[in-house]
Design a binder for this molecule. Structure first.
Ligand code: HMG
Ligand code: MG
Length: 298
């Protein structure tokens, strides 16, 4: 069966914007997050405390986070290492995310580490966060396919998932970074994780819509008991360190499907569409989301 309720983990302000070439003013990002909070979304990833040379668009994290910290929503932030954790904790962040890779190629491209080297970098981050009662999400990229290595073997993904949970991550987000997954592959990976003793309640899914499969993949995950789904308002996004990564699953497309299935998200779709249309005007191009296009005159 399908769940009665799904928690949407909104990534538009982070995954959505991190790849934008033109610098989005901090005030626009803050207003975007405020508007997203006004739609009923309860988990809104705000920014990343990464090296500013690696992701210049998010170099304003120290200014942005305090500008939205008063909102009555969870505002997770990405931290790759202890330096990132220090920066996030100094601003009062209560939810952080580390981001691992299932493949060596992407670990190198995204983190300048081997897979194990990245895990070793995260270990003290997770330990310190847990000691301070800070919630930790563990992203895992390239769970299905990798632009350099092709299809990613399921046991390789299961191994890194177990390592992330073993070090104390509260939840995982299974990333289809380049959007190549199809529903059968999603079902097979989730079944393998369940067989390996990973509770499905600890798993979220993170689909990119490169091949138009993100909604079908989401439905497959819901059928396996997943209730946390990542999405990006207006379908913004892409990863600067993965060639061929396009936008994330659009939050509007997700809400439309879930609403049709009678699954509660607490999100006001009209307000969300208006927010994405507003953001599209700032970015100077229309939203790629089919639902945004259908419900607006952009
Ligand atoms: P590195 O070059 O190996 O860094 O990068 P390092 O540890 O050797 O340190 C070098 C210098 O950087 C030092 O400064 C550090 O202090 C500084 P120096 O002593 O030379 O003056 N430094 C920092 N400064 C500020 N904040 C920090 C920080 N860390 C070190 N946190 C590093 C390693 C991890 C830092 C780098 O690779 C990095 O920042 N990577 C981030 C890449 C990224 O953000 N990618 C996008 C997010 S992942 C994603 O989008 C996928 C996801 O959506 C899921 C999916 O779709 O699959 C989550
Ligand atoms: Mg992503």
């Amino acid at each position: 069966g399908l769940p009665a309720r799904v928690r949407i983990h909104e990534v538009g302000a982070r995954d959505g914007l991190q790849n934008e070439k033109a610098t989005v003013p901090t005030a626009v990002k803050a207003e975007f997050i405020r508007r997203l909070a006004g739609t009923g979304l309860t988990t809104i990833e705000a920014t990343s405390f990464v090296h500013p040379k690696w992701v210049p668009q998010l170099a304003d994290a120290e200014d942005l986070y305090p500008a939205v910290a008063d909102l009555p929503v969870s505002l997770p932030v990405l931290v790759p290492n202890e330096r990132g954790l220090d920066r996030a904790l100094a601003l009062g962040a209560r939810r952080v995310a580390v981001f691992a890779s299932a493949t060596e190629s992407f670990a190198k491209a995204n983190l300048n580490r081997t897979v194990d080297g990245a895990l070793a970098m995260f270990e003290p981050v997770v330990a310190r966060a847990k000691a301070e009662d800070v919630h930790v999400r563990g992203y895992l990229s390239m769970c299905f396919g990798d632009p350099w290595e092709g299809a990613v073997p399921i046991p390789q993904v299961v191994g890194v998932c177990k390592a992330l949970l073993g070090m104390g991550c509260d939840e995982l987000s299974l990333g289809d970074t380049i959007g190549v997954a199809t529903p059968g592959h999603v079902t097979a990976l989730l079944a393998a994780l369940t067989d390996a003793g990973v509770p499905v309640s600890a798993l979220g899914v993170h689909f990119h819509d490169t091949y138009g499969q993100a909604l079908a993949n989401t439905l497959a995950a819901l059928q396996q008991g997943v209730t946390t789904v990542d999405a990006s308002a207006g379908g913004l996004g892409g990863c600067p360190y993965a060639k061929s990564a396009t936008g994330n699953l659009a939050t509007e497309d997700l809400v439309w499907m879930l609403r049709g299935l009678g699954i509660d998200t607490g999100v006001d779709l009209g307000r969300l569409v208006a927010t994405s249309v507003w953001m599209a005007a700032h970015l100077g191009r229309p939203s790629p989301s089919r639902t945004v296009r259908a419900l607006s005159h952009q």
